[in-house]
Design a binder for this molecule. Structure first.
Ligand code: SAM
Length: 319
């Protein structure tokens, strides 16, 4: 990810009413490794819950979709996806897997591991931003596009609508979309999942300050001037991750010729994570021409996977 892209995001995000940056800047190599550590934390239930569903449903998903070509957006280490890849390649079946991620080191390292683990699988990694999809692998009508981990929750309402429309455009009728989405639950559990006792999520959040310092010319932006926090916004049904300033910030972004001041006690919003109610999400998918076939949750009802089928016609999205 380039200096010019970050500078564009800084310009768009820092001087608004609520200063914010898109979460993609978390994921340099260190950020990706920290995220991987988060997925194993006791408080971070989404990964375990989604893996539980995949363990139970992967053969069924492959059977329903008939997929030979699988694309995955924001694949990361493809850790859970291996459960689905086991079903995809069962009995020596040949298939193609195309993981896409902006975090190049982890993506390419994972692709090498997968080639060794799955001899009948062709692995075609793409270092790209999932806001601009490359052509998908597989034959029209037999494709399966994965978007796991609850990453859909990182979009605003408007961004999510645009993203789902883009997904439907990228698919042919009969292709399938498998979406992992986190569900509304006790706010205390949600907050703990984004502010763990061991402080790994805090390290992940603070890594953003390092990424900015490494990527663009700036003075006055120091990691020790910030603390991480997670807050539940009931009205917006989302967790917000924030870096709160513990002293006055006066940062000079010399590359874009702008100064950014933030008073002690104010915050930079670094991530939103929307939590869904399943019925609402299914209606939204259908409104974008992605007709839900089945939804599953883990036994505790914490997390959902919805398999949706691209409709025959490309309609205008319903409101
Ligand atoms: C919340 S993690 C989920 C990782 C994995 N899918 C999982 O379920 O554990 C989000 C992933 O999306 C990637 N990512 C974030 N923003 C992205 C973007 N704009 N384009 C492509 N990948 C992105 C990150 O590098 C990271 O691997």
């Amino acid at each position: 990810m380039s200096r010019a892209e970050l500078e564009a995001d800084l310009r768009a995000g820092l001087w608004g009413e609520t200063p914010s940056l898109p979460p993609r800047w978390f994921y340099d190599e260190r950020g990706s490794r920290l995220f991987d550590e988060i997925t194993g934390l006791p408080e971070y239930y989404p990964t375990r819950a989604e893996r539980e569903i995949l363990q139970q449903r992967s053969p069924e998903i492959i059977e329903i979709t008939g997929a030979h070509g699988v694309d995955e957006l924001g694949a990361g280490t493809s850790a859970k996806t291996r459960v689905l890849l086991d079903a995809l390649t069962a009995g020596g079946r040949r298939a193609v897997y195309a993981p896409l991620d902006i975090s190049s080191e982890v993506l390419l390292e994972t692709a090498e591991e997968l080639r060794a683990e799955y001899p009948t699988l062709t692995v075609e990694p793409a270092v790209a931003d999932f806001h601009h999809l490359p052509p998908l692998v597989g034959e029209a009508g037999e494709r399966l596009l994965l978007f796991l981990g609850g990453t859909i929750g990182n979009f605003t309402e408007e961004e999510r609508g645009g993203f789902l429309a883009m997904v439907r455009q990228a698919l042919a009728p009969g292709d399938h979309f498998l979406l992992g989405a986190d569900l509304v639950k006790d706010p205390a559990r949600l907050v703990a999942a984004y502010d763990d006792a061991a402080g790994v999520t805090a390290q992940f959040d603070l890594n953003l300050v390092d990424v900015i310092n490494h990527t663009v010319p700036v003075t006055g932006l120091h990691r020790e001037d910030w603390v991480h926090e997670a807050a539940w916004d009931e009205g917006a049904s989302r967790i917000e991750m924030r870096l709160r300033a513990v002293r006055d910030i006066d940062a000079d972004f010399t590359g874009i010729g702008r100064r950014w001041r933030l008073a002690k006690g104010e915050y930079l919003r670094t991530e939103i994570s929307r939590k869904f109610r399943l019925e609402g999400l299914r209606t939204e998918l259908a409104g974008h021409g992605l007709e839900p076939v089945t939804s599953w949750t883990d036994e505790a009802g914490d997390f959902s996977l919805t398999l949706a089928r691209a409709s025959e016609d490309l309609r205008e999205p319903r409101a």
